[in-house]
Design a protein around this ligand. Structure first.
Ligand code: DHB
Ligand code: FE
Length: 285
């Protein structure tokens, strides 16, 4: 059977991708950030997941404002890197896992979560930067990736509660997939950041710390936080953090009769570009 072994939360700041692509990771500005991912890179190289379900948001790269799916599941065999204005990042094409993706679509949609099925989609920094942070610069990504794009760009995004429960539905889907696969789920975006307007550059360390604490300790409480609190406390783009709740929902849960996942690694760093960077690795028991 497929087994969901771990969840990874990480920011997906585009400047991190540019620092990797331009060979700047050893520069004094960037070095402390990349050091925070050293353990993660070793860990994932040892773990060798077969498939990552990568929850991210498209930043108007694949979807313009003409079509805005709330949850879009990539069921294709391949996803090319998107051109975000400077040409596509020179990173490998992302290989999907159509069989598991279609199984998730069937299981989750029949579980009453309406996903948009996407058969053709370019993937932007939201997806490729987390892969670069965890895998470095390989010629091929070492595992298959199922993109799950969430709308956090155009109001109204899904609630934290909806995201948390979608994570649980995804877990049921993975648990019921026959082939022996080692599966991980990534939740990306965040932490506190605001890219525009008078509050641009906002960082709220206290909010970020509490979010990191509660993601492990009390995700249910976190799932009840209204959108306005994200925006007020974490800045307009801080709303990306609802995506971490999808990953957390798919992990073991004390309230669901299971165990609490183990925190293998926790990292927080300011600044990267205009933002705070947060990272957690959670392992199921
Ligand atoms: C930036 C963009 C993002 O999508 C993000 O999540 C963080 C930062 C930026 O443009 O700096
Ligand atoms: Fe983003």
């Amino acid at each position: 059977m497929a087994k969901l072994v771990a969840g990874v939360a990480t920011s997906h700041v585009p400047a991190i991708g540019a620092a990797i692509d331009l060979g700047k990771t050893e520069e004094p500005y960037w070095k402390p950030l990349f050091q925070g991912y050293e353990l993660s890179k070793k860990w994932i190289a040892e773990q060798k997941p077969d498939v990552i379900i990568l929850v991210y948001n498209d930043h108007a790269s694949a979807f313009s404002l003409e079509i805005i799916p709330t949850f879009a599941l990539g069921c294709a065999a391949e996803f090319p890197p998107a051109d975000e204005g400077w040409g596509p990042r020179k990173v490998p094409v992302v290989k999907g896992h159509p069989e598991l993706a279609w199984h998730i679509a069937q299981s989750v949609i029949l579980d009453e979560f309406d996903l948009t099925i996407v058969n053709n989609m370019a993937v932007d920094h939201g997806l490729t930067v987390p892969l670069s942070l965890l895998f470095g610069q390989p010629t091929e990504w070492p595992c298959q990736v199922i993109p799950l794009a969430v709308n956090v760009v155009q109001y109204p995004p899904p609630t934290g509660n909806r995201c948390y429960n979608l994570g649980k539905a995804i877990r049921r889907a993975v648990d019921s997939f026959d082939p022996d696969l080692k599966v991980m789920i990534f939740g990306t975006g965040g932490m506190s950041h605001q890219l525009q307007g008078p509050r641009a550059g906002l960082i709220n360390r206290a909010f970020d710390t509490a979010f990191l604490d509660n993601l492990t300790k009390d995700p249910r409480k976190l799932s009840q936080m209204p959108h306005i609190d994200y925006v007020r406390e974490a800045g307009s783009e801080g709303i990306e953090l609802v995506m971490w709740l999808i990953a957390r929902g798919a992990m073991d849960d004390v309230n669901g009769g299971g165990n609490k996942p183990k925190v293998l690694h926790r990292f927080y760093h300011v600044p990267a570009s205009n933002t705070a960077v947060g990272h957690l690795i959670l392992e199921n028991n």
